[in-house]
Design a protein around this ligand. Structure first.
Ligand code: 5GP
Length: 348
């Protein structure tokens, strides 16, 4: 046993210190970024915020909306090839830079991935996604997918430490997904005791990835637009959102009405709800590591997207970053014991 005494930080432990700036308005800020990759020859341009590949948020409906703002939707892995065909039939060509295909690491996953990529060769981005990216099996799987698709942009995860980021990049990932336990409907930290505060994970993993010319996605734990600013400030190249995009028209699931209020169901992808839905139950050897919640219905996602992007632009003006790319360089985090003043937050 060993103890690491250095304190690790989450979003709630810091604020960004304001800096002198020549920017007059948030309109002057560009959130667009352009990336080239360590393996894939493609270039990617857009606003580096993503919808998570949960079956509630990684939907085709979400993709149509997020495309309007140049964001990415990582489409969940439960659509059939026919559903993909229908979606791709009626949408413009720029969608291919703004959707990613998800896959797990099983044999059936590989077969489906191959079918999908053969049927729609313009699909460019693949997300290989497991709860625990530390296994040798996962590293080998990333290698195999890179061999199958030498040109595609491959994202893989999840991990939270620099040495594993390097290993996945060397195995063939272009972008490594970072986050174990911070998610809004994740119970990994409770069920297993395993995890890593998200901001420190970002800072350490970004350093490792950038050293090799790779990128990282901060996945999970953002509750507010300010948290996205902190994630980018810490060095994240992309930020992935689940809970912040849930509860909208574009999120899947029925509207539930209770006592005159409307809700939508949102659940972790390894929650009992998801496992019942997609696998017919929770396998005996595993605990469910996700929860199911009902969240207040929030209407169209457009409003939320504007709120998030507006917050990010504003953060950039506070530190004088004319482009999102400059935010990390201009960020000084201060450690704090308080965040928002919550005096008027309680309902009723
Ligand atoms: P959020 O933005 O809601 O805080 O986090 C979204 C992320 O939570 C997803 O992208 C995914 O990495 C993670 N996640 C989703 N479902 C589950 C789950 O059932 N268990 C765990 N441990 N993590 C989950």
């Amino acid at each position: 046993m060993r103890i690491e005494n250095e304190i690790k930080l989450g979003f709630k432990d810091v604020m960004i210190r304001p800096k002198r700036s020549t920017l007059k308005s948030r309109k002057e800020v560009s959130l667009e970024r352009e990336f080239s990759f360590i393996h894939s020859p493609y270039k990617w341009k857009g606003v580096p915020v993503m919808a998570a590949n949960m079956d509630t948020t990684g939907t085709f409906e979400m993709a149509k909306e997020l495309l309007k703002h140049q964001l990415i939707t990582v489409i969940h892995k439960h659509y059939t090839i026919e559903e993909w065909a229908q979606f791709l039939q009626h949408i413009d060509a720029s969608i291919y830079d703004h959707i990613a295909v998800s896959t797990g690491t099983g044999k059936k996953d590989t077969e489906k991935l191959q079918k999908l990529m053969t049927a729609f060769p313009d699909l460019k981005i693949i997300c290989i996604d497991v709860a625990n990216g530390y296994s040798e099996h996962f590293v080998n799987y990333v290698k195999a997918v890179r061999k199958l698709f030498p040109d595609k942009i491959i994202m893989g995860g999840n991990v939270v430490t620099g040495e594993m980021v390097e290993e996945l990049l060397l195995a063939g990932a272009d972008i490594v997904k970072v986050g174990i336990g911070p998610g809004s409907v994740c119970t990994t930290r409770v069920k297993t005791g395993v995890g890593y505060p998200q901001l420190s994970a970002i800072i350490e993993c970004a350093d490792a990835a950038h050293g090799l010319g790779g990128q990282i996605i901060s996945d999970g734990g953002c509750k507010t637009p300010g948290d996205l600013a902190k994630a980018f400030g810490g060095g994240a190249d992309f930020v992935m959102l689940g809970g912040m995009l849930a509860g909208h028209d574009e999120s899947s699931g029925e509207l539930i009405e209770k006592n005159g209020k409307r809700y939508k169901k949102f659940y972790g992808m390894s929650s009992e709800t998801a496992m019942q839905k997609h696998m017919g139950g929770v396998a005996e050897y595993r605990a469910s590591e996700g929860k199911t919640v009902e969240i207040a219905y929030r209407g169209a996602v457009e409003h939320t997207i504007r709120d998030i992007l507006g917050g990010l632009r504003s953060a950039c003006t506070y530190v004088g970053a004319a482009r999102l790319k400059e935010l990390t360089k201009r960020t000084t985090f201060i450690r704090v014991m308080e965040q928002e003043n919550e005096v008027f937050n309680k309902e009723g």
